[in-house]
Design a protein around this ligand. Structure first.
Ligand code: GLY
Length: 394
């Protein structure tokens, strides 16, 4: 039977797969069960976000299936503070205690923090054992769990230690998102919109259309109080909006397809993969300043602001401005706001510049700025932080 799968390749070789479970993926192909995907692996060890099993009925039914098969589970705290080598070493110690051999498959269930740490632990344990992911957030489904980036935070830097190594498979089941807080869903939605700005195929407008409907339903549900959005779950908002899970599933698959294509052409980020960092140079600085000042901001919210800043910079940068749609920044701003995402940078440009100049991705004083020319068309321009910030400050 033909299953819904997206391959990630290196040349002609398939190096990883994204597989879709749990129902209709919008194109009529049947879903495959997780149990079938696990069949070829003689020994499976599960690392799970401690919060996931109790909060998500769909994840707890996955756990019940694993327990029935005598698959052992190890729970980790999945926070930015615990995303460190200590947790990776704890996972390795647990694998040793379980006598996990070279044939082991480490199965990570959770958001991007859990998949990044478990993937890294599996990559170094006994010089590397196989691993697979079940992402339980939209952010992890469309971004973190696809493409092979693993790692942990080190000193003050995010994801400073890690390797690029591909999971055997990533199992995407849209039902796992039902209990996700709506604000976390929106955070992943920002990464999905980012992907469609890189490569559109008509999906950007479809995604914005769906997210606008969801946002107005979410506001109705919480009496127009933005601050209360976090208390809603995606299921509640989908139900109120009478939105179709099949449509969301289709958009998730389309977004993954774009990322899988980019990674297949440039696994180790020597060129094209840099495009996936659209909005992230600004977003990382915004997140650092938010942490310092105790401000509450999700990754996707910072990315949304970062994309709008990148679109403004594209209009100001002589290398790219002639190719740039001058209405783009305003269009993205209007779209993101209607979807419930922020667009204004809460920090001043000099403060941002100080943080961005320490970005680990700066090479020889230059940063690869990913600048959108239009929806579906982005370029990369190497600029110093000082050059970029001077343009934005004028
Ligand atoms: N999150 C960007 C990448 O995977 O390359």
């Amino acid at each position: 039977m033909m299953m819904k799968e997206i391959d990630i390749c290196s040349g002609q070789e398939i190096i990883s797969r994204v597989v879709f479970g749990g129902g209709d993926c919008g194109d009529g192909l049947p879903a495959c069960t997780l149990a079938e995907y696990l069949k070829p692996y003689p020994e499976v060890f599960t690392v799970i976000d401690a919060n996931v099993a109790e909060k998500s009925p769909a994840a707890s039914s996955v756990c019940a299936m694993l327990k029935e098969r005598n698959i052992q589970l190890y729970a980790v705290e999945a926070t930015e503070q615990s995303k460190n080598m200590e947790t990776v070493l704890a996972i390795c110690s647990w694998l040793m205690d379980c006598n996990a051999g070279r044939d082991a498959l480490v199965l990570a269930i959770g958001g991007g923090i859990t998949t990044d740490m478990a993937g890294f632990a599996a990559s170094v344990y006994k010089r590397g054992v196989r691993f697979a992911y079940i992402p339980t957030t939209l952010l992890a489904q469309v971004d973190a769990s696809v493409g092979g980036k693993t790692g942990v935070n080190f000193e003050q830097y995010k994801n400073m230690l890690g390797v690029i190594r591909q999971p055997e498979f990533t199992y995407v089941d849209i039902r796992l998102l039902g209990s996700l807080p709506y604000r976390d869903f929106l955070s992943g939605a920002a990464e999905m919109l980012k992907t469609f700005i890189i490569e559109d195929n008509g999906n950007y407008a479809g995604a914005v259309g769906m997210l606008k409907e969801l946002h107005s339903s979410a506001l109705q549900l919480c009496g127009n109080r933005d601050g209360a959005l976090g208390q809603l779950t995606l299921s509640e908002v989908m139900m109120k909006a009478e939105a179709e899970w099949g449509m969301l599933s289709h958009l998730v698959a389309e977004s993954i397809k774009v990322k899988a294509g980019v990674v297949s052409r440039d696994q180790f980020e020597g060129g094209e993969r840099r495009k996936l960092n659209l909005g992230h140079t600004f977003a990382h600085a915004i997140e650092t300043l938010a942490r310092r000042q105790g401000d509450d901001l999700t990754h996707g919210e910072a990315v949304a602001v970062g994309i709008v800043m990148a679109a403004r910079l594209a209009g100001l940068c002589p290398d790219i401005a002639p190719l740039h749609d001058c209405a783009l920044a305003a269009r993205l701003e209007a779209d993101f706001m209607a979807c419930g995402l922020p667009v204004k940078c809460p920090y001043d440009i000099p403060g941002m510049a100080e943080v961005m100049s320490k970005d680990k991705k700066a090479e020889g004083g230059k940063v690869h700025f990913v600048l959108p020319c239009a929806v579906g068309d982005v370029g990369i321009v190497d600029l110093s932080v000082a050059e970029a910030c001077a343009m934005l400050n004028n």
